[in-house]
Design a protein around this ligand. Structure first.
Ligand code: ZN
Length: 162
């Protein structure tokens, strides 16, 4: 069957940036299974997978607008070291969870200057073109529970642990 809304799709994938550096890959671990059409993957990759079948391979370059968005300078803030009580060594590249219970985001330390800690709340892949090499391994209908939950329940849809 073909990849369409409310199918469970299993893929192997490798994600590289424009320098050819591997950002993420399923190779060497379990393939990725997801419910198609519920926004599990970045929009550009879901769109490219639409209509594909098991055995198909595809190479997709996903622009930031169809990936994790563009880098927004408004999401960079300078915080004070005193806000990081209990953390002695704050270094560039460290990530923290920030925000309320309802809306949390991951912020990355991008600069440390004395007591000024500069935090970037952009997604780490904002502004990055995502180059996916994908092989479709399996496509099957999603069960009603999988559609309701928005995630697969094992290889045959019955392994419901969430
Ligand atoms: Zn579930």
């Amino acid at each position: 069957m073909k990849v369409a809304k409310e199918t469970v799709v299993t893929i192997d994938y490798t994600l590289t940036d424009n320098d050819g550096e591997v950002i993420d890959t399923s190779l060497g671990r379990d393939p990725l299974s997801y419910v198609h059409g519920v926004g599990s993957l970045v929009p550009g990759l879901e769109a490219a997978l639409e209509g594909k079948s098991a055995g198909d391979t595809l190479t997709v370059a996903v622009a930031p607008s169809e990936g994790y968005g563009y880098h927004d300078p408004a999401l960079i803030h300078v915080a004070s070291r005193s806000q990081f009580a209990g953390i002695d060594d704050i270094e560039v590249g460290m990530r923290f969870r920030a925000g309320s219970d309802e809306e949390t985001m991951i912020v990355t330390v991008v600069a440390v200057d004395g007591d000024d800690i500069t935090l970037d709340a952009n997604h780490p892949l904002a502004g990055v073109t995502l180059n996916f090499d994908v092989k479709v391994l399996n496509v099957r209908p999603a069960t009603p529970a999988e559609i309701a939950h928005g995630h697969p329940h094992g290889t045959d849809g019955t392994n419901h642990r969430h």
